[in-house]
Design a protein around this ligand. Structure first.
Ligand SMILES: [Zn+2]
Length: 201
């Protein structure tokens, strides 16, 4: 006999497919949703639908935003000579939280990783190359991919690719613990990694 009805099982499966949510948490969350007052459940459904419908990718930096270009790319007070390359939109929020970085961003939406079948084509690297070739303002590309094997490989790959362009390519200093993800770094560590960045090419 099935443990849950088909409709509940479907909800559990959908929740379990989200990153970081295992079967047990998915079951607990599904039960929580079913116990919610109807208006709270409707508000959750509406929030998901609204975020999906009103969010787009900025055509310049590829970050998620409600407008294209996004508020950062359209902000005339930002330093347009510097582009910070990050793996995910979460990393943009992490750097913005410090209020110190004033340049622009490029969100890769992942890095090359043979273990997860993520190829270079799945990232927005080609959009970065296109952007750099069309924009002569940009003088420095700071690579802030995560400090792990995949992030480091991606950083070296980008540095090699941009080598002939004359654009300075730098990498965050190794102040962040090896294997750590940018989004979990505290502000001070992040700023010292940014200020102590090393030149790759
Ligand atoms: Zn943007």
């Amino acid at each position: 006999m099935a443990r849950y009805s088909p409709s509940i099982q479907r909800l559990i499966n959908e929740l379990a497919s989200l990153p970081g949510i295992g079967g047990k948490v998915a079951q607990r969350s599904a039960m929580y949703i079913l116990d919610m007052p109807q208006e709270k459940a409707d508000s959750l459904i509406d929030a998901i639908r609204n975020a999906r419908q009103s969010t787009c990718r900025c055509s310049i930096c590829q970050n998620f935003a409600d407008s294209d270009p996004c508020p950062i790319c359209s902000d005339s007070t930002r330093d347009t000579k510097t582009v910070l390359v990050v793996e995910s939109p979460r990393d943009v929020s992490t750097f913005e939280r410090t209020h110190e970085y004033k340049g622009l961003y490029h969100v890769l939406h992942g890095v090359f990783n043979p273990l997860t079948n993520k190829s270079l084509e799945d990232t927005t690297l080609s959009k970065l190359i296109e952007r750099l070739s069309q924009n002569s303002d940009i003088e420095e590309v700071i690579i802030a991919t995560n400090q792990n094997a995949e992030g480091n490989a991606m950083a070296l790959y980008i540095a090699r690719l941009l080598g002939p362009s004359g654009i300075k390519v730098t990498r965050l200093a190794q102040g962040l613990p090896m294997g750590s993800e940018i989004e979990y770094a505290d502000d001070l560590t992040l700023l010292s990694a940014l200020n102590g960045r090393i030149t790759l090419s």
